[in-house]
Design a binder for this molecule. Structure first.
Ligand code: FEO
Ligand code: CA
Ligand code: CA
Ligand code: CA
Length: 649
C-alpha cells in the first residue's frame, strides 16, 4: 500500500496502463510462479478446467497441500486446447454435426441403444466431467521461496464421475436429504443409488474448517442436471436437462449418465490429509447454487457455517449445529454437520441515515410460516412449484395470477406453513425442504440478495464479510432494492458491494446487524474503483483481498479493465480505500485467493483466460476484440497489447 495515498486520477491511469494486457500483471517487487495447469497429471486423473477456490493446508514449514475446485467447461477454449493439454482426440465435431438439426440438444436416453451418437455423446461428456470436481495436490517450498508441485500420496481427484465406474469412489450424504435419497416410493426420478452420489461438479467457491477439512461449494448445477424437484424432494427426469452445446458451454453433462438433479448443489466436505476417506455432501447446509462458505467455530458455541446462493435474488444462509464445539481443531467436529438447523437471512432496510441495518435469521423448518415478500418474488415461486406440487391442479394460473392480491391470499390459505408445501413426514419432509432450499426460503420471506459470491470471517472483529457481486435481476429473481442500492441510492447497482454482518448475542438469538463496507463502481460514480467483487480472503492484519468477476462480455471493459485482485485495508490511514493489486489476462477471472501459512505467498487461480477468443488469439480475433472495445467505449485502444503465452511467467 503506497504510504502517500493514491488519488483517483492515478488510479484511472493505472487502469489504462495495465487493464488490457493478456497476462497476469503484478506490482513491482512481486513475481508469479506457475504451480499447475490444466492437464497436469494428478493421482489417477488430471488437473481440471476453470479452477476456482484454492485452499492451502500446511504440512510443515516446506510442505503443504493445495485443494483446488474445477468449476465448468468453457467449450471453445476447452476444445481448442484439449489435444495439447490432455492428449487424444475428442469427438467434438461429430457431436456438433449431430446436434445441429436437433437445435443443439438431445436427451441421450431417447436415442436408440445402437445409435452411435449415444456412445459419442457419452465419450464427450465423460471427458468434460473428468475436468470438473475437486483436486488435491502436494506442494513443496523451494529453497529460493516459491512453492512447486511434488506429486505424492495425498494427490487426489474427485471428478463429476469419480464413482461411476468405481463405486468405492462415490460420495456420501449426511443429514435429512439422505432419507429422501433412500426412500422407495417417490413422485419423481430415482437413480437407484440410495444415499451414495457419483461425483461432484460446478465446484466454485469454498472454504476451510479449523479442523483441517475443506468445503467445496457446488454452484451452477442447473447447467448440468435439472434443478427443479418434486415436493417430496425427488428429482425430475434427467431428460429435463438434455445434453446440449450452444457454441460456448457444454450443458446437461449429467444427462448421458442419468444423474439425479437432487444430488447436486450441495456443500461437499473432504479431508485433504485423508485421501482414503470419502467426501460427503452435508445436506443440513441446503441445496441451492452454493457459493460462499465461512465457518465460525468457537469452543462452547454451536458450529455456525455461512453460505450464499449465487443467483439473482439468491439468499444468504447459515447452518447452526445442535451440539456445541469443545475443541475447534478436533476432526470429530465434522459430525456436527449431521444435526442442526438451516436458517436464511431476512434483511430490514437501513434507517433514514442509511448506515446500519438490522435483520433476522429465519429457520427453514416445517412450522415456518409462508410469507411472500412481494408479487414478483412470489410469482416466481408459484410458477415453479405449481408445476411440481401435487396441488398443481388448484394452482394452474400463471405468474400474473399469482401476482394478484386474490391469488396471493388464495395461495396463503392453501399454504400456511412450509409443511403444507412439503407434505412428507419427519426426516423425509425436512430433507425435501433442504433439497428445495431456494424455493422454501422464498416462501418464508427471505430477502432476495445481490448474488452472494463469497464470505469470510474478519479475524479481528469476528464479523462476517460478504461479497455481493451485482445488483439488478434476471428471470431468475431480483435483488431487493430496499437493501441493495448504489452509492448514490441507485435502485439497481451492477457493480456490487462488500457487506459486514454481525450476529447479535445469545440474548437476541437470530438477530443480526449489517452495513455496507465497500461499494463497487468507478470513483466518480461513488464507488471504490472495482467492479463485481467475487472471492475474498483476509490476512491476519484484517486486510481484505478480493478478486473481481465481471462478465467477459461486459460493455464496461474499457472502464474497469480485465478482472483484477484488490486490497482493502480495514484499519489504519487507508481504511475504506481500495487498491488494485493485480490484473489478469484477457477474458479471465482471478479466483481463489489464499495465503500460505507465513502469508509470504498469495495463491491465485486464473480462470477461463481467453474464454471467448482463445488464449492464443488469431489476428482476426484480436482485431475483433479491439474493435469491440473501440465500438463500445469510443476510446483509443493502443494499450491493448497481446503478449504471447509463455512469456507471462
Ligand atoms: Fe462460479 Fe458465482 O461464481
Ligand atoms: Ca467462475
Ligand atoms: Ca464465484
Ligand atoms: Ca462470479
Amino acid at each position: 500500500v503506497p504510504s502517500d495515498g493514491f488519488d483517483a486520477a492515478e488510479q484511472r491511469h493505472r487502469y489504462a496502463r495495465i487493464e488490457l494486457e493478456d497476462r497476469l500483471v503484478l506490482p513491482d517487487g512481486f513475481r508469479a510462479d506457475l504451480v499447475a495447469v490444466w492437464g497436469d497429471p494428478v493421482a489417477d486423473g488430471r488437473f481440471g478446467f476453470n479452477n476456482d477456490h484454492l485452499s492451502f493446508l500446511s504440512l510443515g514449514a516446506d510442505r503443504a497441500l493445495l485443494t483446488v475446485n474445477f468449476e465448468y467447461i468453457s467449450a471453445r477454449a476447452w476444445r481448442q486446447g484439449y489435444a495439447e493439454a490432455v492428449g487424444g482426440p475428442l469427438p467434438f465435431d461429430a457431436v456438433i454435426d449431430a446436434l445441429a438439426p436437433r437445435g443443439g440438444r438431445v436427451d441421450a436416453a431417447s436415442l436408440a441403444a445402437d445409435d452411435p451418437l449415444r456412445a459419442t455423446i457419452r465419450q464427450l461428456a465423460e471427458a468434460a466431467m473428468a475436468d470438473l470436481g475437486v483436486g488435491v495436490i502436494e506442494l513443496e517450498r523451494q529453497p529460493d521461496g516459491p512453492w512447486r508441485r511434488r506429486p505424492g500420496r495425498f494427490d487426489r481427484r474427485i471428478t463429476g464421475l469419480s464413482g461411476w465406474r468405481d463405486p468405492a469412489q462415490r460420495l456420501g450424504t449426511t443429514g435429512p436429504a439422505a432419507a429422501v435419497f433412500r426412500r422407495r416410493e417417490r413422485l419423481g426420478y430415482d437413480d437407484g443409488l440410495g444415499d451414495a452420489i457419483i461425483g461432484s461438479f460446478a465446484n466454485c467457491a469454498g472454504g476451510e474448517t479449523p479442523w483441517g477439512t475443506v468445503l467445496s461449494a457446488e454452484e451452477n448445477m442447473q447447467s448440468q442436471v435439472a434443478e427443479a424437484v418434486h415436493a417430496d424432494g425427488s428429482s425430475v427426469s434427467p431428460a429435463a436437462r438434455p445434453f446440449a452445446y450452444d457454441g460456448q458451454r457444454l450443458d446437461g453433462l449429467g444427462n448421458p449418465f442419468g444423474l439425479a438433479g437432487n444430488k447436486y448443489g450441495w456443500m461437499v466436505e473432504l479431508d485433504p490429509r485423508r485421501p482414503e476417506r470419502t467426501a460427503v455432501k452435508h445436506s443440513w447446509l441446503g441445496r441451492f447454487r452454493h457459493e460462499a462458505v465461512a465457518v465460525k467455530a468457537v469452543a462452547g458455541q454451536p458450529l455456525v457455517v455461512y453460505s450464499g446462493c449465487d443467483r439473482h435474488g439468491g439468499h444468504l444462509y447459515r447452518f447452526v449445529s445442535d451440539a456445541l464445539i469443545r475443541d475447534p481443531a478436533d476432526p470429530a467436529n465434522s459430525e456436527l454437520f449431521s444435526a442442526g438447523r438451516l436458517e436464511v437471512a431476512r434483511f430490514d432496510p437501513p434507517g433514514p441515515d442509511g448506515g446500519e441495518g438490522r435483520g433476522r435469521w429465519l429457520p427453514l423448518e416445517p412450522t415456518a410460516p409462508v410469507a411472500p415478500l412481494g408479487p414478483g418474488h412470489f410469482a416466481r415461486f408459484g410458477v415453479e412449484q405449481a408445476v411440481l406440487l401435487p396441488h398443481s391442479d388448484r394452482l394452474k394460473p400463471g405468474a400474473e395470477a399469482f401476482a394478484s392480491d386474490a391469488a396471493v391470499a388464495a395461495y396463503r390459505r392453501l399454504f400456511a406453513t412450509l409443511a403444507d408445501l412439503y407434505p412428507g413426514e419427519g426426516e423425509e419432509r425436512m430433507g425435501a425442504i433442504l433439497i428445495d432450499a431456494h424455493l422454501a426460503a422464498c416462501a418464508i420471506g427471505a430477502t432476495p440478495c445481490a448474488r452472494p459470491e463469497d464470505t469470510v470471517i474478519d479475524p479481528l472483529s469476528g464479523d462476517l464479510l460478504i461479497a455481493f457481486t451485482a445488483g439488478g435481476g434476471s428471470d431468475d429473481g431480483r435483488a431487493d432494492p430496499a437493501i441493495f442500492r448504489g452509492p448514490k441510492g441507485q435502485a439497481t447497482w451492477p457493480y456490487g458491494w462488500i457487506m459486514g454482518l454481525a450476529d447479535d448475542g445469545a440474548e437476541k438469538a437470530g438477530a443480526f446487524r449489517w452495513r455496507m463496507v465497500a461499494t463497487g463502481g468507478a470513483p466518480w460514480q461513488g464507488g471504490l474503483g472495482f467492479a463485481n467483487p467475487d472471492n475474498l480472503a483476509v490476512d491476519r492484519l484484517g486486510t481484505l483481498w478480493m478478486v473481481t468477476d465481471r462478465s467477459t462480455k461486459s460493455a464496461d471493459l474499457d472502464l474497469f479493465g480485465n478482472n483484477s485482485c484488490w486490497v482493502l485495508p480495514s484499519r489504519g490511514p487507508h481504511a475504506g480505500e481500495a487498491f488494485c493489486f493485480a490484473t489478469g489476462p484477457m477474458e479471465c477471472e482471478l479466483t481463489g485467493p489464499c495465503f500460505d501459512a507465513s502469508e509470504s505467498t498469495l495463491f491465485l487461480a486464473v480462470q477461463h483466460p481467453g474464454e471467448d477468443h482463445g488464449t492464443r488469439p488469431s489476428a482476426e480475433a484480436r482485431e475483433a476484440q479491439a474493435h469491440r472495445l473501440v465500438d463500445r467505449s469510443g476510446r483509443a485502444f493502443e494499450q491493448l497489447r497481446w503478449v504471447p503465452q509463455g512469456s507471462n511467467w
